[in-house]
Design a protein around this ligand. Structure first.
Ligand SMILES: Cc1cc2nc3c(=O)[nH]c(=O)nc-3n(C[C@H](O)[C@H](O)[C@H](O)COP(=O)(O)O)c2cc1C
Length: 369
């Protein structure tokens, strides 16, 4: 009997298109994540506008597995730009529900990133308050920020309560995932980093103590909302002398795993999310993500200049990371990116000379001490 010729039957699913379960209830349909990207479409009080909903419906056209909506301030004192989204008031829930609905309509799992800017803001945005762990100016590349005020113990408990209340609002708004922003120099990063946390009480003085506030927030959200998936955006390193190193970040990732997070989204720290000068090509922060993935059982998201489906296939096939975040390449044209890079052939849009190789990758061995 002659066998029917069926090329489809012999074509394996590309790794980027394979599903990933994050919990018994929630499975991502593929390995692509749209990372949080501020859209500047909220109103001056942080409320969702029709433009915000349109923005997320547009991003949904990329068909990513997980779409994490932009950094949203948990309290006015943590706001860092004029048209930033807020999750600081119960009245924002109806608007936030529209974002979650737009994301779900696209077939993606819906995430919301929560942030407090700490000392990385200007008083004109944050109601006149500028708080940070130790009153140390937060170094940023493009401007000189004011010196913030060191927080009292009761200020710290306020932050904790604000993050927990904001997570509760995210759940009420139908988000499946809440991400705590502990990277890019914002508030929770300032707690983790030895550059900005010089406290000598129970909230600072050792890496474990520096992580106390973040871990307390994680544990409380986990206990209040067991089905909610929790992600932490963690610096792979601070990219600044004297800051968090990759070894510190491995320790933090393992603490987060013990505390029950479901995903670790590895980016950069106080130095900001942009490409470090010496890093070339796609995946400029993958070194850090891969080394953290090797040292934890939690799925890790890697990021940094990723543009092609072929590159994501190589990352997933080699188990370097579980998920790949694609920001600007999707932002430019979500629908085309989804068609060509996620659903197209593994090499669509790529000339042979552009095909990436992991043969020279070190999976972090070069950055480990
Ligand atoms: C317009 C824009 C806004 C961003 N806003 C956020 C944000 O709200 N939260 C965050 O963690 N990162 C933010 N980022 C960083 C991205 O999540 C991502 O890490 C970065 O763009 C690198 O990925 P890419 O090279 O794929 O764009 C933003 C980046 C861009 C371009």
């Amino acid at each position: 009997m002659a066998l029917a010729y069926s090329p489809r039957m012999s074509t394996p699913t590309p790794p980027r298109q394979t599903p990933l379960s994050l919990s018994p209830e929630i499975t991502l349909r593929n390995r692509v994540v749209i990372p949080p990207m501020a859209s500047g479409t909220a109103d001056l009080s942080g409320f969702v506008t029709p433009e915000t909903v349109k923005h997320y419906a547009r991003l949904g056209k990329a068909s990513a597995g997980l779409l994490i909506a932009e950094y949203s301030f948990v309290h006015l004192s943590g706001k860092s730009e004029a048209l930033q989204l807020g999750v600081n008031l119960d009245e924002q829930v109806p608007g936030l529900k529209k974002i979650a609905a737009a994301i779900h309509h696209s077939g993606a799992v819906a995430g919301l990133q929560l942030t407090h800017a700490g000392g990385k803001t200007e008083r004109c945005f944050s109601g006149g308050v500028l708080h940070s762990p130790s009153g140390i100016r937060v170094p940023v590349k493009d401007r000189t920020l004011e010196i913030p005020t060191a927080m009292s113990t009761s200020d710290i408990y306020d932050w904790k309560a604000w993050f927990i209340a904001a997570a509760d609002r995210a759940v009420k708004s139908d988000f499946d995932v809440v991400e705590l922003h502990a990277a890019h120099g914002y508030g929770l990063n300032q707690w983790l980093s030895p550059l900005t946390n010089k406290r000598t009480d129970e909230f600072g003085g050792s890496l474990k103590k520096n992580a106390r506030l973040l871990l307390d927030i994680v544990k409380e959200i986990r206990s209040q909302h067991p089905p909610l998936l929790l992600s932490v955006r963690l610096p792979g390193q601070d990219f600044m002398d004297g800051g968090l190193t990759i070894s510190a970040s491995i320790f933090l990732a393992q603490e987060l795993q013990t505390a029950g997070v479901h995903v670790i989204n590895v980016s950069s720290g106080i130095g900001g999310w942009r490409r470090p000068g010496a890093r070339l090509g796609e995946g400029y922060l993958i070194e850090e993500a891969a080394v953290i993935q090797r040292h934890t059982a939690v799925p890790v998201i890697g990021v940094g200049g990723i543009e092609t489906g072929a590159f994501i296939d190589e990352l997933v096939r080699a188990n370097r990371v579980s998920l790949a975040a694609v920001g600007r390449a999707i932002l430019k044209d979500p629908e085309t990116w989804g068609k060509e890079q996620l659903h197209g052939g593994a090499c669509s849009g790529l000339r042979a000379s552009e095909r990436p190789s992991i043969s020279t990758a070190t999976d972090g061995r070069s950055i480990l001490p």
